[in-house]
Structure formats: C-alpha cells, structure tokens
Design a protein around this ligand. Sequence first.
Ligand code: ZN
Length: 509
Amino acid sequence: MQTYYITTPIYYINAQPHIGHSYTSIIADILARFRRFQGNKVFFLTGTDEHGQKIQRAAEEQGCSPQEFADDMVASFKKMGEALHISNDDFIRTTEERHTKTVQKLFSLIKENNDIYKGLYTGLYCVPCESFWSQTQLEEKKYCPDCSREVEELSEETYFFRLSKYAPIIQKHIKENPSFCEPEWKRNEILARLEEGVNDLSVSRTTFRWGIPVPHDDDHVIYVWFDALINYLSGINYFDENSPCQPLWPADLHLIGKEIAWFHAVIWPCMLMSAGIPLPQKVFSHGWLTIGGEKMSKSLGNSIDPFVITEKFTTDALRYYLSSQINFGSDGDYSEEKLVQKYNADLANCIGNLLNRTVSMIKKYFNCSLPRIEIEDNACQTLITSSRQLSKKIEESYHTLSLHEISKAINEVADASNSFIVQKEPWKVAKTDNEEYLQQIMLTLLYAIAEITLNLYPLIPTSAQKMWEILGFEDRLAESTYNRLQEKYINQQKWKVVPGEIPFPRLEL
Ligand SMILES: [Zn+2]
C-alpha cells in the first residue's frame, strides 16, 4: 500500500491560534483525507513548538512555569484541530520526551560527523522570531525582515552547524529537483539567497534555559528552530527501529507558510544530509491570509479567531472558503462577506439546490426508490460521463496542489446537472406515460450527485457525509475509499434515497 506522510509546521505557542494556523491545518487535512480516500496509508502530523526565549519570557510575565504556560496554550491548539475537524494521526509536542531524545540523537549524529563546532557568535538577533540576521537582510538596517521589529546585538558562546558546507549541495538539489521547493516564486527566492552565500548557523544558546540541553554540555540549550524542525522525525519515532511509523520517512510533503521556507527548504535538508538521512520529497509554501489587504498581526489586532468563525458559519463553510477562494500558494484576502457569498453561490444555491430538487422529485414520482436500468438517452450519458471524469480531473489538481481548481471542477458538474434538469423538464415527462425515460433522467442525476458528494468529501467532510446519507447509504466516508463507494453506488440494483435536511442552509452575514 502506498504511504503518504504529510506535516503541518508545529505551531509556535506564543499566541492563541488564529486563522493563519487554521488555514495550514485545513489544507493539510484536505490533502490527508484525499489520500486516505484514494486508499493510501496516510500519516498526518501536526503539533506545537514550545521552547525558546520568547516562551520563557511569556511564562515569566504570567507568573507561571514555561511548562504550565505551554500546557495551557497547547490545549487551545488541540481544540482548534477539533473545531476544524482535522484528522491528524498524531500530535507532537517539543516538550515530549520522545522529541527530546530524537533531537539529542540527531544533534549527536551531526556533531560526530564534525558538522557542529563551538565558537563565539556576535550578531543581530530578533527575539520574537528567534533568528539571527545579517546586516544586509535587515529592513532599513535595523528591523527584522520577518516581523519588522527592531533587532538586538547579541554576543555569546555557541555551537555552530556547518550550514556553509551543505548550502552548495542543497542549492544543486533544488536546481535538479525543482519540485522539492514550491511554488516556483519561492524556489527562485531561495535560490537567489543561496547564491549570495551562506554562513554557518548558530544552533545553541546560553542566555536562557527553556530548551533541550545540548548533549554533554548543560550550559547550552539547542536553538529553538533546530529543535523544532526535528519534530518531523520525532513524530514518527524515526530512530526507533521497532516503530511502525519509521518506514514513513522521507516525508512526502511539508506544508508550510511562506515565511518559514528558508528553514524548511535549506536548513532542515542540510541537517538531514549531515546526519545521512534522506530528504523530504517536497516543501510547499502557501501564501498569507490578509484581512482587508493587510497582513494579520498581533500589533494590528486584526487576528481572526477560528472558533468564532466556525461557530458563526460552520466548519465546512470555512474549509470550503479557504480551499476554494484562494489560489493556493499565493496570498489571499479573508473576509466574511466573501465567505458567505462563496458558500451561498456554490453550496447553498448550486449543489444544495440540485440535491434538494432531485430528491424531492424521486420522492414524488417514485416514492424514493429507483430500480437500476440501462441508460440510453444521449444527454444522460453525457452527464454521467462528465461526472465520472471528475475524480480524474481533480486528482491532477491535488497532485499539483492547485487546490482552488477542485471546487471549481465540482461546481461545473453541479451546474451541468442543474442545466440538465432545466433542459429535460422532468415535471413534464412525469405527466406522460414514459416512465422509463423519467427513470433514466432521475438515475442520471443520482449518479452525478454521488460523484459530486464523493469528490466534495475531503473539502467538507461533514456535509458530504450528510449528502451520502440522503443518497441512501450508511457508510462512514472517513472509513472507506472512493473506489469502494463508487463501485457500490454503480452496482446496486435499487436506489433508495432517504430525504433529509439538506446540509447547506443559506448563510446570512
Ligand atoms: Zn522578527
């Protein structure tokens, strides 16, 4: 069985979950559900990044221990996952023992390979981002390029990782395997930065304690980024030969926000190369969600709370909007108006209406039950063919991560089905004695709706489940596969629909 190992970044717990975290988790969940539905053995990992000076300071401000602070914040991130119906297989915390062991093991492997050495670091440091920056990277010579806050000069004894030794190798790897780092604009940006030359990376700190100790040197804790990246190994217990998850490596996809691409597409693979571990297949950076064109930030106070949105509009409405409205990989603007518009247009008016009309007619004309018959009518055959091609078409969009194409393709079939109803006017056919023709029309619509439902499942699992039940089936979509369910609906001798509440009530602002 084909395996598929997908990860989100582990979320830094310095702030409550916002819609940016939700975006990454939702997209990763859609990809994971799609692969499971294809019959792959999927491992979907998410988690939390809990170390570093920023967390230690935040805990001090609240008068609690960093561990207490972390436990509290992690609960919120787990709750976010539940609210968004995220189907992760594991949740890794960097304060877990399995993680500490893995980090220390990898650090030791790299050190044994002579790629970690002790030195003195003086540099410009952004405390909130836990990043050192070179003078040329700074905005207006003193502001962090990631968060625009002022950097501080910091001098300390530190361990260095020989990033400079591996930078040319990763540069070559990216050039020869463009799909390793996507989308293209991000790859070009990374390659340009590599072209400028890369210094060795400071990977330990002595100025605070909240981190994983360097093996055999307790004065140092491991740099939070170095620590965090290793979650992708600790989450599958990589160094444990008996772990059932160990064969999952290398990861198929690290899904990340674009601001952390350097860490994932350069530093992380260089660490792995030094330790002799194969590289992940792909690092894909998605864009940022903006609010009314502005970047979301704590200082602007324009963060969107995912709990409020899912309460107000349902989880599926948010999932559908984020996966359909934004060209995946680019920035996208979030607004409630657009969410409501998109939901009402596609789900309430187009798909919901199609399901509602079809089921009502089958109830009225056939008392909910249709026998399987040969479909001879040309227009019927055309609609059936295009609906059965949907999954192939969509598969391509999943493979290229052109996620916004998916809902578009589904809606095209739904539009065609609605037009088919208008064109066939079943209510007129019902007044003639051509019952077999009416059966063909209705069966064709059921075939199309079944395909729409199965293809909607990864995007909006709860609503698709309800649709499947209205179509008369009891299977749990999350526990089955596309092929199995398609075979089932095609081969059943009698189709019995179960009219129920259509899952797409119109939303109001
Ligand atoms: Zn910063």
